[in-house]
Design a protein around this ligand. Structure first.
Ligand SMILES: Cc1ncc(COP(=O)(O)O)c(C=O)c1O
Length: 402
């Protein structure tokens, strides 16, 4: 085996080399340039222009839903969904312990109490058994997150929700284009919330979309996010006292997403091919396991490429921190995603009496000991670059294995 770079050997990538080999994310498509210039000169920069209207139909279809309501980001979509459901003070909303703060903050924004529960150790998505155990007479909704593009177990979550009369809002911020049993994310539960923030697999810098099959709900969410205006039933009066906001999307964002939608399948295929190169190369090494999706037939993508350390295979004296350092010396950057479970994130500046946290042993174990994750952009590099990455990963993993 080649000598490790951390021990003075030749690194797989020279310092700063890999970054230069990764295409810029997000990609700039020539056809989008033309659209943006046309919009710029048209004066029609917002207020549900041509591309937003097209996306209301096409993105909904892409996720197998009937309606898609566009907003300024994927936090407001969650908040508006809860508001439209009448969730508020005294109500509880169940969320997973590993997610971005928005999933739980949305409950706080409507005055409800987020209830944080543990995750499944293999999919890293909310554990359905823990959802059921956390239900109280105050529980109104559950927000499963398709974490890092692995899909939550929607069969079990929907069964539990039905039994207890709960609403299911899928947080699909990482799951554009994903499917479970052939059906699109965002139409598996009752409602789907998508983010188009800069790091996401589809992005307009910022942006959000709420998907649903329920016409009345789509209209209500539209009203709540568009200062009371209705798209589907404009002749009907606004419900007195309905708290509405100005959370609109722009036509520039819509044009960018319109083109990305057309490129999404090819981009996903490229990421899937890259993951196959990597997982094939380390298939004989039991030290790490790829984050699983809930079902074998899940059509998934990779917002983060996430591996879980199988600590029983670690060489004595070696831990995850050593692996990170050894990879860094090889010119490969890998980390722990957000670094902390939701409730320990610096951005979670919430007093303890405003939320409930159940036992989150798996979240802690995953975040602080086992997770090794890398954001998706590098997966768009050429296969030769990915093969070198895989070689470096293999080299370090073999050295860390007992
Ligand atoms: C799981 C999850 N939910 C919701 C959001 C919120 O999306 P936005 O940043 O568009 O408000 C994000 C964004 O990072 C996220 O990762």
């Amino acid at each position: 085996m080649n000598k490790l770079a951390i021990d003075g050997g030749t690194p797989v990538f020279q310092p700063g080399e890999l970054v230069k080999l990764i295409p810029v994310w997000p990609p700039a498509y020539p056809e989008t340039d033309r659209k943006l210039i046309d919009i710029h000169h048209s004066g029609l920069w917002g207020l549900c222009g041509k591309y937003e209207q097209l996306l209301q139909k096409e993105f909904a279809e892409f996720q197998d839903a009937k309606y898609a309501v566009w907003m300024c980001n994927g936090t407001t979509t969650l908040e508006c969904a809860l508001r439209a459901l009448g969730v508020g003070p005294g109500d509880e909303v169940i969320v997973p312990g590993i997610t971005w703060i928005a999933t739980a903050a949305a409950a706080l924004y409507v005055g409800a109490t987020p209830v944080i529960v543990d995750i499944d150790p293999e999919t890293l998505c909310i554990d359905p058994a823990k959802v059921e155990a956390a239900i109280t007479p105050r529980t109104r909704a559950v927000i499963p997150v398709h974490l890092y593009s692995a899909l939550a177990d929607m069969d079990r979550i929907n069964t539990i929700a039905k039994k207890h009369g709960l609403h299911v809002i899928e947080d699909c911020a990482h799951a554009h284009g994903a499917k479970q049993h052939g059906k699109g994310a965002g139409s598996l539960g009752d409602y789907g919330s998508f983010s188009f923030q800069l790091s996401k697999l589809m992005t307009a810098g910022e942006g959000g979309c709420l998907t649903t099959n329920d016409e009345r709900f789509a209209d209500l969410v539209f009203r709540i996010s568009h200062i009371g205006n209705s798209k589907l039933f404009p002749e009907e009066p606004l419900q007195v006292g309905l708290e509405c906001h100005q959370y609109r999307f722009t036509e520039f964002q819509a044009a960018i997403i319109y083109d990305q939608l057309r490129h999404q399948p090819e981009n996903r295929a490229k990421r899937q091919a890259a993951v196959k190169i990597i997982t094939d190369r380390i298939a004989d090494i039991p030290l790490v396991q790829l984050q699983k999706s809930s079902y074998d037939d899940d059509l998934r993508d990779y917002y983060f490429l996430a591996f879980l350390l199988q600590e029983e295979h670690l060489k004595p004296g070696v831990d995850r921190a050593w692996i990170f350092d050894a990879l860094k010396a090889e010119g490969i950057s890998i980390g722990t995603g957000w670094g902390h479970p939701l409730y320990k994130s610096v951005a979670w500046n919430v007093p303890q009496d405003r939320y409930v946290k159940h036992d989150t042993e798996v979240c802690e174990n995953v975040m602080y000991r086992r997770l090794m994750a890398s954001l998706h952009a590098f997966l768009m590099a050429d296969p030769q670059v990915i093969a070198r990455w895989a070689e470096g990963f293999r080299k370090v993993l073999l050295a860390a294995t007992k």
